[in-house]
Design a protein around this ligand. Sequence first.
Ligand code: APR
Length: 365
Amino acid sequence: MPLQIVRNDITKMRVDAIVNAANRSLLGGGGVDGAIHCAAGPELLEECRGLGGCETGQAKATKGYRLPAKFVIHTVGPIWRGGDHGEPELLAACYRNSLNLARKLRCESVAFPMISTGVYGYPKELALPIATQAITEFLMENEMQVYLVVFGAGALAVSMKLFHDVKQYIDQNYVDAHNDRRREYQREALWHSDEEKALEYDQMLGESIFHDLFDSAPLADAAPAPDSALRPQPLMQTSIQPDWEDLLRQTDEGFSQMLLRKIDEKGMTDAQCYKKANVDRKLFSKIRTNPAYRPGKPTVFAFAVALELSLDETKEMLEKAGFALSRSSKMDIVLEYFIKNGLYNLLEINEVLFQFDLPLLGSVA
Ligand code: APR
């Protein structure tokens, strides 16, 4: 997964380079700057003294000394002053210049803190999309493993509305395996004690199971469907005889053939697809060359999102990889929420999955 969001202390990251959210003097400070200097040892400060400071948005590198990382890339984020003093451009420049310097140093892996979101006061919910956008643009042109390290609980500010909507959708749809048994016990007890009530409970239960199984009535308080849902949908071809050839071919095709067919149908290149899916090139070439290859479920979902498949197409792709959409998997329900609502921003999905401590989308390396 070329871009991973992880909860960790950046000084512990075993990567080629870690990025330091420094100040213009480069002579150390608090926060992540202090933690990195403390873990690297005094030689780091010695080397920094010789760098002559660093301008906001720029980046300079030193060795990592006692850190597991080979290099420390020092960058200086903008101080938040309300957002109309060039802060977004300067923050994006921190990520871009640090990545370009890491590439020059032939780094294969880099870890970033959430630059400027501590002492410098940059609101996390504004800084996060700038960070992920700048990193993703770099990854569209370069091969590198990038980690965005969030520190401490709640350190990732997914928009509260989105978080709430997804949580509500999970609560309405998640049926954990033993939940059924509990409901059965309740029903059993009621039938023995109060037939009237038991009948009522059955009706209510039947009603909710009906929704689950047939999913016909849209959830009353699901997030309003996006405009795309209002676009005229392609006419169902019920009146036209299906193309049996095509159908037979599709039933025989495996996951990788379906994936390659969908890439062609969407007019995408392989690289556009696997990068948008946050899947690394090596894994994609495995899938491409081996028709029998079975990827993990997060990878199948990642391609479904990258190809902007409908829920039915996603179910079909899952089936071909040996999976089914499950009501007892919170990750599946989160994906169902995003795909049903036509929300195909993989980074936003990963941020929400991260908040729920669920596996992220992309290749499990
Ligand atoms: N690992 C990962 N992230 C960390 C760690 C750590 N060990 N310690 C702090 N962070 C996170 C903070 O939670 C915050 O989200 O790093 C982010 C950046 O916070 P700061 O370190 O305060 O950096 P910044 O907001 O860019 O302010 C820079 O603070 O420390 C001084 O010398 C530094 O003057 C400079 C200013």
